[in-house]
Design a protein around this ligand. Structure first.
Ligand code: DC
Length: 216
């Protein structure tokens, strides 16, 4: 098997930033699977498709082409949608539609195909448990709910200084999404038995990256 480092955890745990930097240091491909679920979620929501297994069939998803360009930007049917995927709405659609069996089946197959085409750092919720259970290294990244909400707030504020969203509102949505991601029947968010737990609450990004690099 081609080398894979699996990095899982809830949103705001710092896993995306850390996974990206570890990939850079290794000179490996960075695969953000959350971005893929956000892309499919946006497609289905834009087309007003109800969020249930009877409405979302595998055949229908043949029309959805999710890919990355050379710079790692997410493409939906060849169009760069990286500007849209970071919104709270995209996050909610991703969490909602990622419960569906056809969506998970398609995304898991695509993630395996992309991840196995070159050494990769793969980031998500179910990478160490379902997508790459035989990954060379597995990490599960966590942080306190308050710290995660604070980080998400700063991120949104930086992107849109006029945003009126509050930390309390982010915390509320985050709790909903965590619950939905951890309690769903298919590939829920959970630590693989052989994953190393890293709590980033009181650590800087550099400290976390160093900790992970030291374990490879
Ligand atoms: O990592 P993220 O916040 O961009 O992920 C958005 C949603 O996508 C998340 O709430 C659950 C879903 N997701 C998933 O089910 N499995 C993954 N491997 C990655 C994301």
């Amino acid at each position: 098997m081609v080398a894979v480092i699996a990095i899982d955890g809830p949103s705001g745990s710092g896993k995306s930033t850390v996974a990206h930097l570890v990939a850079e240091k290794q000179g490996w491909f960075y695969l953000n699977t959350g971005a893929m679920y956000r892309a499919v979620g946006l497609y289905l929501a834009d087309n007003n498709i109800p969020c249930d297994d009877s409405a979302v069939k595998e055949e229908m998803l043949e029309a959805v082409d999710v890919d990355f360009d050379e710079e790692g930007r997410i493409l939906l049917n060849k169009k760069d949608i990286s500007g849209r995927i970071l919104t709270p709405e995209a996050a909610r659609h991703a969490s909602d539609y990622s419960k569906l069996s056809a969506v998970r089946k398609l995304m898991t197959a695509l993630q395996r195909k992309i991840g196995l085409s070159r050494p990769s750092v793969v980031e998500g919720r179910d990478i160490g448990t379902v997508v790459f259970p035989d990954a060379d290294h597995k990490f599960f990244i966590v942080a306190s709910p308050e710290e995660r909400a604070r980080r998400r707030y700063l991120q949104l504020k930086e992107k849109d200084p006029k945003t009126t969203i509050t930390i309390e509102e982010i915390l509320r949505r985050q709790q909903e999404r965590d619950k939905q991601d951890a309690e769903r029947a298919l590939a829920p968010l959970k630590q693989a038995e052989d994953a190393i737990l890293v709590d980033t609450t009181e650590k800087t990004i550099d400290e976390v990256v160093e900790e992970i690099m030291g374990r490879l």
